[in-house]
Design a protein. Sequence first.
Length: 324
Amino acid sequence: MGRKLRLLDMLKAEKGRWVSGEALSTALCVSRTAVWKHITTLRSEGYEIEASPRRGYRLMGEPDALFPREIRAGLCTRRLGQGIVVYREVLESTNDRAKALAAEGAPEGTLVISESQTSGRGRMGRAWFSPRGEGIYLSMILRPRLSFEEIPKLNLLAAVAAADTLADVLGLEVRIKWPNDLLIGAKKVAGILTEAGMEMDAVDFAVIGLGLNVNTREFPEPLKQTATSLFLCARRKFPRVPLVRNFLERFEKGYLDFLDKGFGPVLEGWKRYGDITGQWVEVRMLDRKCRGRVLGLDADGFLLLRTPGGGTQRVLSGDVILKG
């Protein structure tokens, strides 16, 4: 750990109380001038640090930034976030960066996090609005031993973990719109994008991306009609770091349980938040659409429909519209 982070840890340990410059200088084995330079750098990163010639320094506030060191502090996971965490202020797409890292051999548990995205995207290539410092845009690298047909299970697992996180934090009713959208009321607050890299006939890696609208106050047209944020729902700002920790912990627990016990608990979670069994729907896909009554999800997380002609259709992905 560098001296700047050691200094920050010392101020955090005494948050709100003064720590003398001499004590910091002695503990870090640097000059008082070097201490001041580190303080200046921390201030530029958003840390609120007061200075007094006689009393020293005290930490009064921390930035709402998704710094790896802030996420790891108190993070109760075994893999996710404990190794490589790539943090950038701006990326084209966290999923694209994560896929490139995975192809280069990055281990399971690697995270890619950005404060904003210039080409963030959701399912079916749709753009994801990613204003700087207002949302959570992160991607996780996994290396499960799964077939390609099992990948949708990871998508639903991530959606359930995100829904559990929001239900815990907000106390509001959250719904999962199959396969990967999270809704509060009728508006989307989060989305999951799952992509996989193949090696022969098995999955080499999976990248799970989360886009969550946290403190966004206004959306551009036409998103105003379909999107919302935690701020707009609760009329208050939310610190983003605890939300990231909560989601990572819930996802990892569900992921390890899934690898050990199977898909059953994930299906039960989906039923808590998004069971549309028995309802008539229209599913719009890239090149076609179909209608039918929802029979449920199959063992791989695919949507099963009873078509008007009496047949059964298995749907991997698409936009679901309720038809009453």
